[in-house]
Structure formats: structure tokens, C-alpha cells
Write a protein of this length. Structure first.
Length: 73
């Protein structure tokens, strides 16, 4: 199953990152989809892996990113 699971791992990690981002975003009063939309409008290019890491390791910085995204909604 190694061949299949190398491909599945990519999907699984993306799903994990999105779950973490969504949980942290909701603590800041915004949904995942609103956050991603706001980041796009604010021209903040940060990938989901980095956002999820920020949410877990540095909640203060994640909150600052969320506030920037909310300002552009």
C-alpha cells in the first residue's frame, strides 16, 4: 500500500491543516472559508501548512493574521 499511501498522505495532511485552521479561526470569530477569502482580498499569500503551524505554535500571530483578513472582508 506504499504507492497509494504516498498520495493519500498529501490529502490527509491538507485535511489536518484545514481542520486546525478552522478551529483556530472560529476562536477568533471567523469561519475557515471567510478567513481564506479575506486573506485573498488582503493579498496575504501564506499556505495552509504555515497557517496551521502558526495557529498551533503562535496563537497571537495567528490572531493578527485573522484581524488583517477580517479588515478586508
Amino acid at each position: 500500500y506504499a504507492y497509494r499511501d504516498r498520495r493519500r498522505r498529501k490529502r490527509d495532511f491538507r485535511r489536518l491543516w484545514i481542520s486546525r485552521i478552522n478551529a483556530a479561526a472560529r476562536l477568533n470569530g471567523v469561519s475557515y472559508s471567510q478567513l481564506i477569502h479575506g486573506l485573498g482580498k488582503a493579498e496575504i499569500t501564506v499556505n495552509r501548512k504555515v497557517l496551521a503551524d502558526l495557529a498551533v505554535r503562535d496563537p497571537g500571530a495567528f490572531t493578527a493574521v485573522v484581524e488583517q483578513a477580517k479588515a478586508h472582508l
